[in-house]
Design a protein around this ligand. Structure first.
Ligand code: AMP
Length: 428
């Protein structure tokens, strides 16, 4: 060991793991590692809020490898893992499997990864060999259990990784089935990027007096932001947006689209409706972006259409209106989008135009922010987008408001614009 790994050693990690860490070149534990490793080594359950990119994989893999070596030394058995790591996607499963191999390189533990979308037979064959650690996606795991290839009665340690995403992807029933097959006495670790009420419920039934660590602030979709969803047919979105902007005299609107092409098209169409708008995204030159931003800030440009990535460079934080023309695929992006408004005590409004294909994304967002967003249907703009069991308020289009347009531009606020915290996107 050449590098100074004293900070990792202080967490209680054994020499075999410190050697593996030395091979990776890490010198300092990340915050999630510093908090989670001692807790897991002590054998306690863990509820951790951490996103991909925080070093969470090593945060659970390093101590669980050590626990498995310490727990008991009976030989690994075919199809009967002592540690089960469940993760929502095959990419994550493969990444975790890599990490287990990397950090366990000086240990005699056997690991294997199974996921769906590929032929099950090689996985069946492989499970005939002894295994200590099984990394799996929920569906394929249950297939293998159903075929008596995998038996979960010997699991000492369970890890649920990206639990929020598993719920978003509809894996809750699979997870519950798996939990029933595990021994009651075990160590359980639950990782989630966010703690919605559903995650807390799941954690409550799963964890025993868990230690809690968090390296992301608890989700705080600003209470000051008035959020509303307009259910609308996809083909009527542009027209509804134009109507809303005109009706309410919105003076400064940031509109989010999913794609660059979509941003361009929308800005063009709004222009044809007599609404001044420009698109900014990665394909625009820096000069064009700067010009659009400057005009938006000084109030001469009414609508700025942006993709999530382009919007990150915009330093206006007190916008009166944010519109989700399309919902983002990653629920956290919704929170970041609407966080553009309602800052510093100002009230703001976030309007989402949602068509039937986006209802699942909407559910994911509502789960993340821990509440339902009111649905208001504007007469004449929707056909059959209602989701079953939803309360939808129906509203006739209102006559335009005549009051003066709000001017809340960052440029006219005085004082330097507040800097946003850098954030990480979740991989895969
Ligand atoms: P994760 O959040 O587990 O996906 O990890 C994100 C990245 O951080 C991975 O590429 C890891 O290899 C890297 N990483 C994990 N722990 C450390 C550390 N202590 N120092 C530097 N990089 C790390």
């Amino acid at each position: 060991m050449s590098a100074d790994l004293s900070k990792f050693a202080e967490l209680g990690l054994a020499p075999a793991l410190l050697d593996a860490i030395a091979d990776t070149g890490y010198t300092t534990p990340t915050p999630i590692q510093a908090k989670a490793i001692p807790l897991v080594l002590e054998g306690g359950d863990l509820l951790a809020a951490a996103q991909t990119g925080t070093g969470k994989t090593a945060g659970f893999t390093l101590p669980l490898l050590q626990r498995l070596t310490e727990l008991h030394n009976d030989r690994p058995q075919p199809g009967k893992p002592r540690c089960l790591i469940i993760t929502p996607t095959r990419e994550l499963a493969a990444q975790i499997a890599e990490s287990v191999k990397t950090y366990g390189t000086h240990l005699p533990l056997k690991s294997f990864v199974v996921f769906g979308g590929v032929n099950i037979n090689p996985q069946r064959m492989a499970m005939r060999k002894p295994v200590d650690i099984l990394i799996a996606t929920p569906g394929r795991l249950l297939d293998l259990v159903g075929q008596n290839i995998v038996n979960l009665s010997r699991v000492d340690i369970l890890v649920l990784d990206e639990a929020d995403r598993m719920l978003d992807m509809g894996f809750i029933h699979d997870i519950k089935k798996v939990l029933k097959l595990l021994p009651k006495k075990r160590q359980s670790l639950l990782f989630s990027a966010t703690f919605s009420e559903d995650i807390r419920k799941l954690a409550h039934g799963l964890l025993n007096n868990p230690g809690e660590v968090s390296v992301t602030p608890r989700n705080t979709a600003s209470e000051l932001v008035e959020q509303v969803v307009h259910l609308v047919d996809k083909s009527r979105k542009r027209q509804l947006l134009s109507t809303l902007i005109k009706q309410h005299n919105w003076s400064q609107v940031l509109v989010f689209t999913k794609t660059k092409h979509g941003a361009n098209r929308l800005a063009e169409q709004l222009g044809k409706d007599g609404i001044q708008s420009m698109a900014i995204h990665g394909n625009k030159s820096q000069a064009a972006r700067t010009k659009a931003l400057a005009q938006f800030k000084n109030g001469s440009l009414q609508v700025l259409v942006a993709t999530d990535i382009a919007a990150r460079g915009i330093d206006i934080e007190d916008l009166p209106n944010v519109v989700n023309y399309e919902l983002p695929h990653v629920s956290e992006d919704y929170v970041h989008r609407i966080g553009r408004t309602g800052r510093a005590g100002a009230s703001g409004q976030a309007v989402s135009l949602v068509n039937i294909d986006e209802l699942k994304l909407l559910k994911g967002i509502e789960r993340l922010i821990g509440r339902a967003i009111p649905k208001v249907e504007i007469e004449g703009f929707t056909g059959h987008t209602e989701s079953p069991g939803e309360t939808v308020v129906k509203r006739k289009p209102r006559p335009p408001r005549n009051g003066p347009p709000r001017n809340n531009s960052g440029a006219s606020q005085g004082g330097p614009p507040k800097k946003r915290q850098p954030r990480r996107r979740r991989a895969s």
